[in-house]
Design a protein around this ligand. Structure first.
Ligand SMILES: Cc1cc2nc3c(=O)[nH]c(=O)nc-3n(C[C@H](O)[C@H](O)[C@H](O)COP(=O)(O)O)c2cc1C
Length: 400
């Protein structure tokens, strides 16, 4: 089989050097990559680097090798174009259909999925011109990854940072696998919760659970690859930040509740994959609870935590909002699942059985997605991304 053909556009931002890692990830996983830098990008990383790492000639202009008509051919033959980093200037040119170099010509001739990974100072990202250019590109079907928040060029920090290249690669891999130029969640805002809450007992101890956050992170990544604006509310997950999602970190169930209610205000869908503690210690000891040599420890009294899934299902911050819950069960899985779906009032409930190589901490999962409409969608044992894709298929169908 032919290797998938990827065009890696690199424009003139300080993050251009990080595109080298993205290129390596593509080539080492069997992709044929053609790097098309802008002239400005070569101020940051030279053509020799791109050529040696990709095994292809590198040009910024339409005037080299004219007999091969590169300004048309490269885009026409691509299976994916990813521009990383994408400067404010490059986004503006792409939004307006300018074609004054090889990369902008390639963007006009490509009919495959196109991903932009913008990176710039916060002021440039927030400028109305850039906002409108990003909106235009998204409306036309491009996936424009939200930049990360963090350290920028120089001493300042804010939104505009180039996401982790490994995470951009994951997102591109998913876009390539779907092979659909139209991202079906474009223009949608989805909220995903992930991880497990921790309910503090004293300054060093907590009541927690085994959730790793992998299923929620898979949901966030796949939604971003399908063009959604994603708010990922993450409770105690030790995982890399997925590219293109707005990350909110929380600790306890109360914090998770506040974050969900805030983010759900304009959300089209809320997917509650986090394992939220049902109970918390009734009393928080401000000092470490000491071991007494001659006494048994005092029992820990628990109180109920708020039922966030039931609350947002009843509240529906906007008409037509889809709410998805998760249920991890150990026995009589489907019967418990159906009862929970009715009790909570959500639209979909992903029911999975807690087991050795699935659910908590595993890379794989197996589940049945129950619908309030009586539907049952079994998802066979496989990667958590596959389950995530099925959840979004079911959500997208209900949003339509
Ligand atoms: C040191 C330095 C760093 C820059 N970093 C960025 C950046 O991260 N993002 C951005 O949009 N522009 C950045 N610029 C400005 C662009 O290089 C400039 O807009 C250029 O015209 C972009 O050209 P291109 O879009 O054709 O690559 C930077 C400029 C300099 C000198």
């Amino acid at each position: 089989m032919d290797k998938p053909k990827v065009v890696l556009g690199v424009s003139g931002g300080i993050a251009a050097y990080k595109a080298g890692e993205l290129l390596r990830r593509f080539t080492e996983s069997g992709h044929d990559v053609r790097v098309v830098p802008t002239a400005s990008a070569l101020h940051f990383v030279g053509a020799a680097t791109w050529s040696a790492l990709s095994g292809h000639p590198v040009s910024t202009e339409v005037w080299d090798d004219v007999h091969e008509v590169p300004h048309v051919r490269i885009g026409q033959h691509a299976d994916l174009v990813v521009v990383a980093p994408a400067t404010a200037d490059l986004l503006a040119k792409a939004a307006h259909g300018l074609a004054d170099d090889l990369l902008t010509n390639t963007l006009l001739t490509a009919r495959c999925p196109v991903v932009f990974a913008p990176a710039m100072h916060t002021e440039m990202w927030e400028h109305p011109a850039t906002r409108e250019n990003v909106a235009t590109l998204r409306r036309r079907g491009a996936v424009v990854i939200e930049p990360a928040v963090g350290r920028l060029t120089g001493a300042d920090t804010g939104k505009g940072r180039f996401p982790d290249p490994a995470e951009i690669f994951e997102l591109c891999r998913r876009v390539l696998a779907r092979g659909v130029p139209e991202p079906d969640l474009a223009g949608r805002h989805v909220v995903v919760t992930a991880g497990g809450t921790r309910e503090p007992l004293d300054p060093v101890r907590f009541l927690g659970n085994r959730s790793s956050g992998k299923q929620g992170y898979a949901l966030a990544r796949t939604a971003a690859a399908r063009g959604a604006r994603v708010t990922l509310i993450s409770a105690n997950a030790a995982l890399p930040d997925p590219a293109g999602v707005d990350l909110v970190t929380v600790g306890t169930a109360e914090e998770l509740r506040a974050a969900v209610l805030k983010a759900a205000g304009d959300a089209d869908a809320v997917v509650m994959a986090a394992a939220v503690a049902d109970f918390r210690p009734a009393v928080y000891a401000t000092g470490k609870i000491k071991k007494q040599d001659d006494q048994e420890p005092a029992p820990i009294a628990l109180v109920r935590n708020p039922d966030i899934l039931a609350e947002i299902s009843a509240r529906r911050a906007r008409p037509g909002q889809i709410v998805v819950g998760f249920a991890a069960e150990t026995d009589d899985v489907l019967a418990h699942g159906r009862a929970k779906l009715r009790r909570k009032g959500c639209d979909l409930l992903v029911v999975n059985e807690v087991g050795e190589r699935k659910t908590f901490g595993a890379e794989e999962n197996e589940a049945v997605v129950l619908g309030a409409d009586g539907s049952e969608t079994p998802v066979p044992y496989g990667p958590k991304e596959a389950l995530a894709e099925t959840v979004w298929d079911l959500v997208a169908a209900r949003l339509d």
